[in-house]
Design a protein. Structure first.
Length: 251
């Protein structure tokens, strides 16, 4: 019964995440959602800068702290290991929902491409960024990344296998394609407002800092194999690998 409850919890957490992910596409792109980055004045516009910075800081703190190995060792003394990842995914989704709901638009315009050819180009690039993010998760292990594999194997009373180090497709040209996809999506907009610029600057800054921390964890996890990968593949800007057969995929 406990394993079944864990499995249902993981499914619910994943569905909440996926709905939040889809809403994020609409939120950042101002695409047919009730509240977006540039419209929907929940709480008005007073102290918008402070409120938005607090919301962005809340997400950064939650996302970073709960992802660290030291926190996980302590956290799994409270939360069963089988649902630790699902709980992280759920908490991250809840913090994003709070950001969407309480975000205060700052609508001063930085640039507006209007009816020029740049508008469809930027919209296309915007969706390309999100496609890179989503497909990038499937290239590694989407279901492990979002906790489904853990609760499924728990239901079957099986252990989660040790993650294998692989470098499929995007990962042969950039070490963090998911983060690259987010950066592309956050900056590719035909209308850049002050609020959108704040969001893009803050999230990009957070991503660049978080990558450094994550890489320390990856070195600790994969050792020399990841160090070699660091030497041979660009971190965030896609470039040809420095060697042809850089790392043989382990499947």
């Amino acid at each position: 019964m406990k394993r079944l409850i864990f499995f249902l919890y993981g499914i619910i957490s994943y569905l909440i995440f996926f709905a939040t992910f889809l809403y994020a596409i609409g939120f950042v792109g101002n695409l047919s959602v009730p509240k977006a980055i540039d419209y929907g004045f929940q709480g008005g516009t007073e102290a918008a800068l402070i409120v938005n910075l607090l919301l962005l800081s809340l997400f950064a703190i939650q996302h970073s702290v709960m992802a660290r190995q030291g926190f996980k060792k302590w956290w799994t003394k409270i939360v069963p290991k089988q649902i630790e990842r699902s709980t992280y995914v759920l908490f991250s989704s809840v913090v994003l929902i709070l950001l969407f709901y309480f975000w205060r638009p700052m609508t001063g315009t930085i640039w507006n491409t209007g009816e020029t050819f740049l508008t469809p180009v930027l919209i296309t690039i915007y969706f390309l960024g999100w496609i890179i993010v989503l497909t990038g998760t499937f290239l590694i292990n989407h279901f492990n990344l979002f906790g489904l594999q853990q609760v499924y194997l728990s239901l079957k009373n099986r252990e989660v296998p040790h993650p294998k180090f692989v470098t499929p497709f995007y990962y042969k040209f950039v070490r963090h394609p998911l983060m690259l996809g987010f950066i592309i999506a956050f900056w590719a907009t035909p209308v850049m407002t002050i609020g959108h610029l704040l969001f893009a600057l803050a999230t990009t800054g957070y991503i660049l800092i978080a990558i450094q921390i994550e890489e320390r964890d990856l070195v600790g996890f994969h050792g020399e194999e990841y160090k070699r990968y660091q030497r041979e593949v660009s971190q965030i800007i896609p470039m040809p690998p420095r060697k042809h057969d850089i790392i043989e995929n382990i499947r």
